[in-house]
Design a binder for this molecule. Sequence first.
Ligand SMILES: [Fe+2]
Length: 208
Amino acid sequence: MPNATQMIRQDHKKVEGLFKKFEQTKGSQAKRRLAENAMAELEVHAALEEEIFYPAVKNEVDDGSSMVQEAIEEHQTVKQLISELKRMEEADEEFESQFSQLMENVQHHVEEEESEMLPKVEESELDLNSLGQQMAQRKQEMQNGGRATKKASNAGSGRKSAGSKSTARKPAGKKAGSKTAARKTGSTKKSTGRKATKKSGSRSRRRA
Ligand SMILES: [Fe+2]
């Protein structure tokens, strides 16, 4: 079974694959189906991270708190875009441009997680196998029965051993979603060149 960070990377790959198909597909109905598929994947992925992975990272990883804070803000933007997309009836041009904005946001989030958060997590004391198990179980619950009741009891409990850190564990973080991220509407930056943007650039983009 994949551990927590492997699972996250796999999810990212899956969504990126759907994005690629979306871009290559012509028919608007087929595009819509792919978009819906990607959005469903993203919703489950975000919930797993927020309920299980982020609380553990926040408590046990250096800089975890600020990385998680930033990631949660990015999730809020993504969720906002998804809820708007779901309200659109046609898979028309507007839908496509909105979905492009979603893809850009997700790609940025993925890059940041994979280049910053996940490597730090992998060097930490977190028990990634146990976290992965919790995430897999929760994922199944969500896929079987929609949004099952939130299981927060063991979020953040996946430390390898008591180790040298003696800090008492804080209660699992604030519930994500209380904050509405300011989303930049209007100008959709071309996605080309995004990959080259370093952190500072992307930060200003989101906060602008
Ligand atoms: Fe992610």
